[in-house]
Write a protein that binds this ligand. Sequence first.
Ligand code: DGL
Length: 268
Amino acid sequence: MQHQPSEPIGIFDSGIGGLTVANAIIRALPNEDIIYFGDTAHLPYGEKSADAIRYYALRIAKFLLERHCKMVVIACNSASSAAYRVLLEFFKGQALFVNVVDPLVESVAARRFHKVGVIATKATIQSGIYEQQLLHLQPGLEVRPLATPLLAPMIEEGFVHNEVSQVVLESYLGHEQLRGIEALLLACTHYPLIKPEIEAFFKNQVEVFDSTDVVAAEVKRKLSEHQLLNDRRRHAHRFFVSDYTPTFEHTTRIFYREEISLEHYAMW
Ligand code: DGL
């Protein structure tokens, strides 16, 4: 692997929700340039089969590597669950790869809880990845996964901190499956936006974890380990989407703290 510190970090997601992760990485590493790819043509990945997600992920990773990314961050939980191992194998030695599952699992397992819940899309929950990884690090831990597929579209439509989100959250979080948990993993790009509401539902009695800052820390650690941290500030971030609509551009404001413009790249 011949990479230079000045090369960009590639980040991809099924759409624009992964901007929560991109934002955390840019804040933690202000000298780095980002190439973001949102596969809006195939959104939502949470409803797709693992095979379809793998196919999309391989093509997108190729796109990022052709643009000389020193690292590829799979910001999407559904894609991390279905495609991380395949990407590692397929692009062996060509770049560093980071997924959003491992850093979150490691931070939670280190806390030695007895019973934890996981909420995510159907694709992520059906993959069983969080259960497997958590039990690998902490055998005997009781893991309670629950698919919460309404949450991502609800957040995208701006239904947060209002009566609608309250009713939907009460229905999901009050589910039998999550009774008695000590911690809850928010295993989806979108959920950090409703973290305060989730904490409030549990009256701050359940510790709520999301993957934004832990993933940014892992990106920093891995780049530093390979002497690939950029030391010059350049600000040449680019944000591509596979399908463009003004709504997507508008929605970026929910997930990213600054105004950004999307470039349409017709990959499919
Ligand atoms: N980015 C997806 C995830 O984190 C959520 C949206 C989708 O289903 O595509 O799983």
